[in-house]
Design a protein around this ligand. Structure first.
Ligand SMILES: Cc1cc2nc3c(=O)[nH]c(=O)nc-3n(C[C@H](O)[C@H](O)[C@H](O)COP(=O)(O)OP(=O)(O)OC[C@H]3O[C@@H](n4cnc5c(N)ncnc54)[C@H](O)[C@@H]3O)c2cc1C
Length: 377
């Protein structure tokens, strides 16, 4: 009997893989998804209730791509009948003349996305929860919000399955044979053939594609949750997304009270290098202390950390994604290295991967994400 050949096999059912499966299936492809754990697991990068979605970036190509990413999230909401995207607006805080906030403003202007400079008085009028000094730069952007992240992943898989996608859980791929015309994904007991294989394996990408020696570093990241006594003051209607570059050059961010965990505040990056298989997922007390100290000054009503969560970043040296074909095999596609800011792009990356798999090209500019770039910072 001849082996079944899928149009596409997606390895990994996190944010990127689930969105890719949906877009492929919507285009009529015959798709298999192989996931090493159960859907919705907490060992990778896409779990937890919230992820920020924003236009603001200091690199203009991301701001441009976000225009389609937003509309693709709305498409998922229409396809599923669920609200997954919540708009709150955002404030970027930085010391006066801060390079990052200035570049963000320039990117937004270049893309025709409105933003406004506020002073401390205006901030106090709109959001009295914050304490900032008069000399700080504050940039307001009204379209920022958050995605109900864990639900987005489950929803992509559900709608993909409605379109006929076969999702197999607890099916780790041990090896990919890409030397033949039809690549093969090997699991412990079974082999699957696909005209295209798409690797969306997050922190496990390097171990699956050892021969490429990809410049990926996996780091442990932690987030802290807060339960203020006046919860209503921190609900999405009354509290925005905020980010801040501190005087110690830390990138702090926070978001409103949502779901069962509360207000989420974290420091982007600066995590310890780990292996995804052996990472100690216990909370780190120094980190909690730093976040609590920071908030005592900036948003004192939040109090102290009541809960934490650990998640993994898969970072490239320049913090830009890798979206490309394997240099030696055009039928093996890779989406990786989302460097702690990829979730908002899942909706677009899914579409791009589907276009690349089904037509060999994409209508979006993915030149910054080439696998063989210099990665210079
Ligand atoms: C704390 C934290 C906060 C973040 N905040 C934001 C934010 O506010 N906004 C934003 O845009 N982004 C944010 N991100 C980044 C974003 O969440 C990630 O970029 C994104 O989730 C990456 O998705 P992924 O599909 O590549 O990885 P994952 O979700 O980890 O998915 C990879 C999947 O592949 C599976 N897999 C791996 N190897 C195999 C194999 N051999 N066989 C079968 N399956 C396999 C894994 O089990 C996993 O399910 C944050 C990340 C973290 C950790």
């Amino acid at each position: 009997m001849q082996a079944r050949i899928y149009d596409a096999i997606v390895i990994g059912a996190g944010g990127m893989g689930s969105a890719t499966a949906y877009h492929l299936a919507k285009s009529g492809a015959d798709v298999l998804v192989l996931e090493q754990f159960q859907r919705g697991h907490t060992f990778g990068s896409s779990h937890g209730e919230t992820r920020i979605i924003r236009f603001f970036y200091d690199k203009p190509f991301y701001t441009e791509l976000m225009k389609t990413a937003y509309s693709e999230w709305r498409d998922l909401e229409s396809a599923s009948g669920k609200q997954l995207l919540f708009i709150t607006g955002s404030i970027n805080i930085g010391e006066s003349g801060n390079q990052y906030v200035t570049s963000v403003r320039q990117s937004l202007d270049a893309a025709g996305v409105e933003s406004e400079w506020w002073d401390a008085k205006q901030l106090a009028k709109q959001f009295s929860q914050f304490r900032v000094s008069n000399d700080m730069d504050i940039l307001w952007q009204k379209d920022t919000g958050f995605l109900y992240a864990s639900e987005c992943v489950l929803t992509y898989l559900q709608v993909a399955e409605k379109h006929g996608v076969d999702v197999r859980e607890e099916m780790p791929v041990t090896r990919i044979d890409w030397q033949s015309d039809i690549p093969i994904a090997h699991t412990e007991d079974v082999q699957f053939c696909g005209r295209k294989i798409i690797v969306t394996a997050g922190a496990w990408t390097s171990s699956l594609l050892k021969e490429l020696n990809l410049p990926l570093t996996v780091t442990k990241q932690q987030v802290c949750y807060y339960k203020p006594s006046d919860i209503a003051m921190f609900e999405p209607e009354r509290f925005p997304i905020f980010t801040e570059i501190t005087s110690e050059n830390e990138f702090m961010y926070g978001m409103p009270f949502f779901g069962k965990n509360g207000v989420k505040v974290a420091r982007h990056g600066m995590g310890q290098t780990v292996s995804p298989n052996t990472c100690n997922r216990a909370p780190d007390s120094d980190y909690i202390q730093r976040m609590d100290t920071y908030l005592r000054e900036r948003v004192p009503e939040l109090g102290n950390t009541v809960d934490t969560e650990v998640c993994l970043y898969t970072e490239t040296p320049d913090e830009d994604f890798i979206i490309d074909a394997h240099p030696l095999c055009p039928n093996l596609l890779i989406a990786a290295g989302f460097s702690g800011h990829g979730f908002k792009f899942c909706s677009l990356v899914g579409r791009i991967m589907s276009e690349l798999a089904l037509t060999g090209e994409t209508t979006f500019d993915i030149s910054p994400f080439r696998i063989n770039r210099s990665y210079s910072v």
